[in-house]
Every structure is written in structure tokens, then in C-alpha cells.
Write a protein that binds this ligand. Structure first.
Ligand SMILES: C[S@@+](CC[C@H](N)C(=O)[O-])C[C@H]1O[C@@H](n2cnc3c(N)ncnc32)[C@H](O)[C@@H]1O
Length: 276
């Protein structure tokens, strides 16, 4: 029996089953990896990789990919998918973006983190670690949801937080990674000058094979942050209000007539890591 203290960051993402949400993100994951441009034989780290939404498409392009994620169940799911797809060049392992040891310095040509590292605490440590493991001349590509953005995910997180208990003192919102000045400051702390960082607005589309209300249920039953919000709302007798707000949000943004297809805007950050 271990007395290891509970890591709330790990517990949040091991809760439920994020693979249910990731299943609706496959097309956009693949398209994003194509846009980023991943060279054959390049060494790619996918940080906060989940079950491989971007890691497996990068491996399909011929890169040698390591996926690192804090959630054991998602690492297991990633390795299972890699086996099923016959992608021996993609392996998943448990790790924390705030401290990537034993990954070596300069070990990767590209570090990708799509809605991943943004959810780790200690953002300055995370930026330092991403820079440390990227080789001089390599790149870091992050996808970060944007605070107050009107599209899906920022709004799910905004609505959910209104029902959840206030965060502990000193908590830094993951959404702060969606603000350009914060990104510049954090990578600046890791020695990257502002002119090496570029920003673009990009879009991810969530595709679900049922109506919007059923897609809300997937978040309610399987997505850690929304599960926590519903647990808190249930205690206050407000779960029906939360369900209604989310159903309205999902329906309003749905572009499909027969199922659910919802675009969401994010900030794509590209960091050119300098020569030694
Ligand atoms: C919204 S999911 C995105 C997963 C994947 N990138 C995708 O697009 O499907 C966020 C991921 O970040 C991972 N994560 C959160 N905190 C982390 C940390 N400190 N270190 C590594 N991974 C972390 C979670 O376990 C989860 O898999």
C-alpha cells in the first residue's frame, strides 16, 4: 500500500473516460497534424497526448512518436490503439508536463501539445520542460483554448466553473495559456525571445453521431471537468440547470442537421527553439 499524496491534476483526468470525447476529435486531430507538417523519421513528443488524437496521425506520417500523459488510463488506451493500428513507431508513457525527467535534453525535433500541457499546473515549469526537451532548431506547437472565446470548449469550461466550487488559492487557470502575452512571458522565462513565437487562430471540429443533448451526456458522464461540475451542481440541486445550459450551448453551435458537428476556436502557438 502506498501513501503517495493524491495529485488532483492526475485524478481529474483519470476520472471518467476522456477517450469518449477524443473519439469525436479524430478528423481534426489528423488534419491538424497535416497542417503542422511532420517529417518522416522526425522525433516527436506529444505532451498531454490523451489516447493519441495527434500522436497516432503523426506516427502515420512516419515520425517516431512518444506520447506522454499524466492519466494512466489514457496511456493504456493510447498503447492499445497503437497496437491495433500497427504503429510500432508510437509509444505512450505516463509522465507529468511539469517535470519530464527522464526524457533527455534536446531529444525531440517537434514537441506537440494540443489541449494537453495547458491543463498542467506550474505553467512556467511546463514551458521550461518543453524547451529543454526540444533540440536547438526544433519547434514546439501548442493548441490552447482561449478564455472568453464564444465557441464550444471555452464556453463548456466557463459554464462548468460557474457550478463548481471556487478553485483553491493560487490556482492558475489553464485558459491563461490562451492569452498571447502569457505565452510570451512563460516561454520568455524559458529563454525564448518573443520574436521566436508566432500565433494563429485555428479550428477543431467535434463530430458526434447523435443529437447535441446526447453529446452533452458524454461530457457529463466521461469528461472530468464537466463530471466535477455536475457533482457540485447535484449537491446544490442545480444539475438540471447545468444540463439545460449545456444543451442550449451545444445546440446553438451545432452545424449538422442529422447528428452533432461543432467547431471550436483555439490559439495555435508555434515556438522556434533557438540554436545552442
Ligand atoms: C483535453 S485532453 C486532450 C488530450 C489530447 N491531446 C487530445 O487532443 O485528444 C487533456 C490531456 O492533458 C493531460 N494532462 C493534464 N495534465 C497533465 C500533466 N500535468 N502532464 C501530462 N499530461 C497532462 C490529460 O490527462 C489529458 O489527456
Amino acid at each position: 500500500m502506498t501513501n503517495a499524496p493524491l495529485n488532483p491534476n492526475k485524478a481529474l483526468w483519470e476520472k471518467g473516460d476522456f477517450t469518449r470525447i477524443a473519439a469525436t476529435m479524430r478528423e481534426s486531430g489528423e488534419a491538424l497534424v497535416q497542417r503542422i507538417g511532420i517529417a518522416r523519421e522526425s522525433r516527436v513528443l506529444d505532451l498531454g497526448c490523451g489516447d493519441g488524437t495527434t500522436a497516432l496521425p503523426a506516427a502515420k506520417l512516419g515520425a517516431n512518436v512518444v506520447g506522454v500523459d499524466i492519466a494512466r488510463n489514457l496511456v493504456e488506451a493510447g498503447n492499445r490503439r497503437a497496437r491495433e493500428l500497427g504503429r510500432a513507431n508510437c509509444t505512450f508513457r505516463e509522465g507529468d508536463a511539469t517535470n519530464l525527467h527522464p526524457l533527455p535534453d534536446d531529444g525531440f525535433d517537434v514537441v506537440v501539445s494540443i489541449f494537453g500541457a495547458m491543463f498542467a499546473p506550474k505553467p512556467f515549469d511546463v514551458a521550461k520542460e518543453m524547451v529543454r526537451v526540444t533540440r536547438p532548431g526544433g519547434r514546439i506547437v501548442m493548441g490552447n483554448w482561449i478564455p472568453n472565446d464564444p465557441t464550444l470548449v471555452a464556453q463548456i469550461l466557463r459554464i462548468s466553473s460557474a457550478y463548481a466550487p471556487p478553485p483553491p488559492e493560487g490556482f492558475v487557470s489553464p485558459m491563461a495559456w490562451g492569452v498571447e502575452s502569457n505565452v510570451i512571458e512563460r516561454f520568455g522565462g524559458a529563454g525564448v525571445p518573443a520574436e521566436n513565437i508566432t500565433f494563429a487562430r485555428d479550428t477543431f471540429v467535434f463530430n458526434f453521431g447523435g443529437p447535441p443533448a446526447r453529446f452533452v451526456d458524454e461530457f457529463r458522464n466521461y469528461y472530468g471537468p464537466t463530471m466535477n461540475a455536475f457533482e457540485a451542481a447535484e449537491k446544490n440541486g442545480r444539475a438540471a440547470d447545468l444540463q439545460k445550459e449545456l444543451e442550449e450551448l451545444f445546440s446553438r453551435h451545432n452545424t449538422s442537421t442529422h447528428a452533432t458537428s461543432i467547431p471550436a476556436t483555439f490559439l495555435r502557438v508555434t515556438v522556434a527553439v533557438g540554436q545552442a
